[in-house]
Design a protein around this ligand. Sequence first.
Ligand SMILES: Cc1cc2nc3c(=O)[nH]c(=O)nc-3n(C[C@H](O)[C@H](O)[C@H](O)COP(=O)(O)OP(=O)(O)OC[C@H]3O[C@@H](n4cnc5c(N)ncnc54)[C@H](O)[C@@H]3O)c2cc1C
Length: 404
Amino acid sequence: MIVVIGAGPAGLFAAITAREAAPDVPVVVLEKSARALAKVLVSGGGRCNVTHACFDPRELVTRYPRGGRELRGPLTRFGPADVVAWFAARGVELKAEPDGRMFPVSNDARTIAGALLDAARDLGVDLRLGCGARRVAAAPGGGFAVTLPDGAVLQADRVLLATGGRTSSEDGYALAAALGHSVVPPVPSLFSLDCAAPWLTALAGVAVPDAEVAVGAITRRGPVLVTHRGVSGPAVLVLSAWAARLLHDCGYRTELRIDWLPDVGPAHIDALLQEFARAHGKQAVALGGPGGLPKRLWAALAAHAGAAEPLRWGDLGRAAREQLGAALCATRLATTGQSVHKEEFVTCGGVDLREVDFRTMESRVRPGLYLAGEVLDIDGVTGGFNFQSCWTTGRLAGLAMAAG
Ligand SMILES: Cc1cc2nc3c(=O)[nH]c(=O)nc-3n(C[C@H](O)[C@H](O)[C@H](O)COP(=O)(O)OP(=O)(O)OC[C@H]3O[C@@H](n4cnc5c(N)ncnc54)[C@H](O)[C@@H]3O)c2cc1C
């Protein structure tokens, strides 16, 4: 018997795969909550960003701050194209948005959850809801003894741990540790940053399509959104993923730098401002300048740099111009904390990847134990990469457990 712990996308996909590959082997899925695929249902704002339209594994792995190197081989065996084909074969078409994110054509996460649950039911997966695994122990004669909430014990030949990240279960890490695994301390990834900058947060809602954000030596570029607590948007979320550990270790109190005009950059900003001043000498600095920034942001940056109305471009001295240039290309903000991004958040940390064989997802520490999904120290940036890692690792684990 195969016992899968956790009915998230990784666990359920592994269970389906195992039943498809070995119809004679019973597969039990234990889910401690009352609902399978809870995160799939709320994912992508209820639309479920299933995967990403990036079909080259070499390119795909660059979207994983942790686990990219290990996923390279597995993504070659079961990548986004295979996910698209898998769902298509079950009547669910996926579509790619211009930024590469792939959603069901229905724009409804229930389509994805429904296809998985139907497949599991049709294949005879024994899904037990409200039934958490309390303990997993290696059985003396081989295999595992899995203790259920009522004290009953399931004897399993193979066990898959697919308990998800830190928001799904801390006990998944405890189960892994009890079986001899090391767990890289789990901390948040994919979050917005709170900043102590009332002049900026007063602009909540302002969006800049292309800015560069940096913490220490880590820099990312893309859309930035000003929120009532600080900054968010794709560039900030991606930065938070790459700097997840660094930010956690400093208590989310550090300096965030923003270049609002990365195409110009600090080296050329002064020349651009001089040119603009020559052409628009009579215009108030606060009313607008080069670079096409939103008016409210421009005015706030100008005021922040000491160039509030009624100062005109023609009267802007060198020191003030340089200060304005610094505000435009190197705004320095003190971060004070992090805020959950509601569309997608994941865990940085989890079971140490060196302890897993990525050809099969079998534990190198405890043969017969398999691991898949977010319980591992794998996480991607936003865009469907986190589910893709679940489909890929779940698939390989399911095939290997069926063959084992
Ligand atoms: C709000 C939100 C939106 C998201 N949107 C997207 C998106 O659009 N695209 C994307 O790629 N990623 C998205 N993610 C990330 C994605 O949801 C996760 O990476 C993914 O769900 C991880 O899958 P998993 O199967 O490893 O774990 P989970 O989905 O967390 O499932 C693990 C399951 O195990 C169960 N469990 C835990 N312990 C036990 C136990 N002891 N016994 C039995 N069961 C147990 C839990 O109850 C849970 O149901 C989103 C995340 C969030 C929070």
